[in-house]
Design a protein around this ligand. Structure first.
Ligand SMILES: *Cc1c(COP(=O)(O)O)cnc(C)c1O
Length: 390
């Protein structure tokens, strides 16, 4: 739309007569009580995702990977639902223990752990640890004798949005050797873990990883080293856009379930470390336009949250989001940017969006995971969104 100087200087917001949907009514209500930016986490959605997981994979115990969203209220919600927890550091361990998690339901799933963190796991009775290399085994044996260990293997991450096998994972051919070494060092070799990469839409990654894992279980069994636990990791995908196709957790889970049944004995225990799947769909980020201008033949809208805060997933998580407004009307190709002084803090240069005015809301759904978790504490003085459980 062609803008004149007059409209730029003193835009008069027209009354919006939009029909609002349920989420938008909720946002309107919350706007009366809270300043933006804020992130609503819907408890009902956390529960729904948990139930979906349990229903589709009834034999797999979920350990919520708290790095996806470590907000205490989120952890407490999963605590009351009964999940275990996947932690990567002593701080994360302390946090879930402080909130009441049982040490027996925590997995220390970082294959590289500092000696202090290993000692802390021992002190607090966190029993299950992952590893993927020999030097780590010596370290664990020294600081935590008799710990139960899972060897993490490197598996294909084809089609996953976030690669998680570039830095971690032992060669599957080495797995049995490493487990035997663990036993020789006085540890308790307990099983195998893997991670197919985050937002993994390709079920083949899981099936292949399970097949490789079954081979390791057979080899270990034949050599007098029976294993008990298969940890299928995280990676389960979610939908970010309303009209996104190609993501079907139910169908994926069915194939995974079949593979588990076919390849493993009934005495084998399965666990998983879902992060994104459990918390991602629950989050709604609500921001407001704090400035607008006309540049490069386009409307530019500056929001009060950006790349340095709750949209940090656009960098670290390679995420793309669907931006929505409460105002309806003809859409124009526009740019959305964050509030900081850095040009990197641009959220989209090609949004088809209705004309917005200062104070108007821009919100994003399905942004509960890897968003606030990786926000800086307030670069340039712009604080990240307050998290509100509703
Ligand atoms: C990040 C991570 C997870 C969670 O992954 P999602 O893709 O969010 O499910 C689980 N386990 C490990 C070891 C991880 O690093």
């Amino acid at each position: 739309m062609q803008m004149t100087h007059a409209t730029l200087r003193r835009p008069k917001p027209p009354r919006s007569k939009a029909v609002l949907n349920g989420i938008e009514h909720l946002i309107r209500r919350m706007l009366k009580k809270h300043k933006t930016p804020f992130m609503l986490i819907k408890r009902a959605v956390l529960e729904k995702q948990y139930e979906r997981f349990r229903k589709c994979l009834p034999d797999v115990t979920p350990y919520y990977a708290i790095k996806a969203n470590p907000h205490p209220s989120v952890i407490k919600s999963f605590l009351s639902l009964g999940t275990g927890f996947d932690v990567a550091s002593a701080s994360e361990m302390k946090e879930v223990l402080r909130l009441g998690a049982s040490p027996s339901k925590i997995i220390f799933a970082n294959t590289i752990k500092s000696p202090e963190d290993i000692a802390f796991a021992k002190k607090r009775g966190v029993r299950l640890l992952t590893f993927d290399n020999e030097p780590e085994l010596y370290k664990i044996a020294r600081h935590y004798p008799r710990a139960r260990v899972l060897v993490r293997i490197k598996v294909a991450n084809h089609g996953s949005v976030v690669e998680l096998s570039l830095k971690f994972g032992a060669d599957p051919e080495q797995a049995f050797f490493l487990l035997r070494k663990a036993r020789a060092l006085g540890l308790v070799p307990t099983g195998v873990s893997f991670h197919v990469g985050s937002q993994s839409k390709n079920v083949e990654n899981y099936l292949q990883a399970l097949e490789i894992t079954a081979g390791i279980f057979d080899e270990a069994e034949e050599n007098g080293l029976p294993l008990k636990i298969v940890d299928i990791g995280g990676g389960f995908p979610i939908q970010h856009f309303d009209n996104e196709i190609g993501i079907n957790f139910e169908r994926m889970a069915q194939a995974i379930k079949r593979e588990m049944k076919e390849r493993f004995g009934r005495n084998i225990k399965f666990i998983a470390e879902p992060g994104r799947f459990l918390v991602g769909p629950s989050g709604i980020l609500v921001t407001q336009v704090i400035g607008r201008t006309f540049r490069n033949n386009k409307n530019y809208y500056y929001l009060n949250d950006g790349i340095y805060a709750d949209f940090s997933g656009m960098i670290f998580d390679h995420a793309r989001y669907e931006f929505k407004t409460l105002r309806r009307g003809q859409r124009f190709l526009s740019t959305l940017a964050g509030p900081t002084c850095d040009s990197l803090d641009t959220l989209s240069t090609n949004e088809e969006i209705t004309e917005l005015y200062v104070g108007d809301v821009v919100y994003v759904k399905n942004i509960g995971a890897y968003s606030s978790a990786s926000a800086t504490s307030g670069f340039n003085g712009f604080s990240p969104a307050k998290i509100i459980l509703v």
